[in-house]
Design a protein around this ligand. Structure first.
Ligand code: ADP
Ligand code: MG
Length: 456
């Protein structure tokens, strides 16, 4: 019966995933309603618990009606991974592994009055926030508020931007910094959703007065993802009053949302107006440079050695949101740990198939020209110019070769897009590059890298 559970799981997740995560899983025994499953390391245990726990349980229940629970444990006689590297990797993977946030740092005593606050993520501090053009203004504002809460012009601080661009990270950073510098300040950080549930709970238990009073006794109120209150008129109203009371009393408010106050349609006008009265800072979409810096910082933090080209590949491919980028990196680090060797671009492609597929798009000749020009450090206009110097002509041939490989365009069409060249020129370029790749493995690798970065 255990064999069947394993077999079904193997079918469901596929061979690669199974071999990566589940192969080493064994059944220790059945204890009443509980099946005890063993894995050799804490890391694998957490991973299996987090990613396959529910599935395992469901499969068991189907197989054997007597079983209700699965306990995934580290095998007692197994190598318990406590080497420095493994520890680090576990830290870095916490986001992917643990559904709940880790506890706040031990050395910071929780403020007895801040039972309002949701736990702060110890990884979200100013130190770990990578600053670049798209977020430097928001970062500077957050720093300023942390240093001098409630200073004029910065209250409220309104941070906005798309998913996974660092709003929550910055808010936690502010909270940590204020806690460290002014331990007596009472900070309440929570999501707008949490705010609403507490408000509703207070209504139900007829304790709204207590709710109002305790909330108004905080020194810093931080509400994350305010857009959640759209269409929740009563909660908005309550928030509006709390907001006014606190600002009038000289307390700092920090709010985040996915849009600017003026674009938060469905939020009451008077609330929008007040939200826009202090400092409004936008977290812009990341640039390639910022993504690469973030990857580098995260790899260092996880004490993991990741090939620079793999990081470049990720920074090119996963452009939408930092959380996904981090998730991808963590997966690769986990993979490298498990197999004890560095990840190559090929492995990255295999391991991240699902994520990459979501980011796939058709590549255009323009993109190819741009990327190749950047790569070889020539001007984009030289892709169509008549210049024949080798340092220009060779990259141009590479771009033609890639255009042939990666797009559906015909040779004449490709020729036209490269400064009205003849189709025979394109044909020559394609075969010449293929030849060179055969002869020179360094060059081949270079072109392969470009291809992967562009690949659909
Ligand atoms: P948001 O709240 O805007 O949706 P988060 O603050 O939750 O985004 O960020 C998502 C993930 O990306 C977090 O793990 C966070 O640490 C990371 N992250 C985002 N921006 C940065 C940055 N500039 N430097 C380091 N990590 C970042
Ligand atoms: Mg957030």
């Amino acid at each position: 019966c255990w064999a069947r559970v394993r077999g079904r799981l193997r079918e469901e997740v596929g061979e690669v995933e199974y071999r990566t995560w589940l192969r080493q899983m064994t059944l220790a025994g059945i204890d009443g309603e509980e099946a005890v499953v063993l894995l050799p390391t804490r890391f694998l245990r957490d991973w299996v618990r987090g990613h396959y726990g529910d599935r395992l349980r469901a499969l068991w229940v189907q197989e054997n009606v007597g079983i209700r629970r699965i306990d995934v444990r580290v095998a007692a006689n197994a190598r318990v991974t406590d080497s420095a590297d493994d520890q680090q990797a576990e830290g870095g993977l916490a986001e992917t592994l643990a559904p709940s946030r880790p506890e706040p740092r031990a050395e910071v005593k929780p403020d007895p009055r801040s039972d309002w606050s949701a736990p702060l993520d110890p990884r979200f501090t100013f130190d770990t926030f990578v600053v670049g053009k798209p977020n430097e203004f928001a970062y500077a504002c957050a720093r300023r508020v942390a240093e001098k809460p409630a200073s004029p012009g910065f209250n409220p601080l309104f941070l906005y931007g798309g998913v996974g661009l660092g709003k929550t990270h910055l808010m936690h950073s502010v909270a940590w910094a204020i806690r460290e510098a002014h331990s007596q300040r009472n900070i309440a950080y929570m999501s707008a959703e949490k705010f609403m549930y507490r408000f509703i709970a207070a209504l139900r238990s007829q304790s709204t007065m207590e709710f109002k009073e305790s909330l108004r006794s905080v020194d810093v109120l931080m509400i994350d993802d305010l857009q959640f209150l759209i269409g929740k008129d009563n909660t908005q109203e309550e928030f509006f009053h709390t907001f006014n009371a606190l600002v009038d009393a000289g307390k700092q408010i920090v709010v985040s949302a996915d849009k600017s106050p003026s674009d938060l349609n469905g939020l009451e006008d008077r609330l929008r107006t007040r939200l826009g009265c202090g400092m409004v800072a936008d977290l812009h979409a990341t640039t390639y440079e910022l993504r690469l810096s973030i990857l580098e910082a995260k790899a260092i933090a996880a004490s993991a050695k990741v090939d620079k080209r793999v990081m470049e590949f990720l920074a090119h491919k996963i452009t939408s949101n930092v959380r996904e980028l981090e998730g991808a990196l963590n997966r690769l680090i986990a993979h490298a740990n498990l197999f004890g060797r560095e990840v190559t671009i090929e492995t990255a492609q295999e391991v991240l198939k699902d994520i990459l597929r979501a980011h796939d798009r058709r590549v255009t000749i323009e993109e190819i020209q741009k990327r190749v020009a950047e790569h070889y450090n020539i001007r984009l206009t030289d892709m169509s110019s008549a210049r024949r110097a080798r340092n220009v002509a060779r990259p141009r041939q590479v771009a033609m070769y890639l255009a042939k490989q990666l797009t559906q365009r015909s040779l004449p069409e490709i020729g036209r897009r490269f400064g009205n060249r003849d189709h025979t020129t394109v044909m020559h370029a394609v075969s010449r590059i293929a030849e060179l790749m055969q002869a020179d493995s360094g060059f081949a690798e270079d072109v392969e890298l470009l291809r992967r970065m562009l690949e659909v």
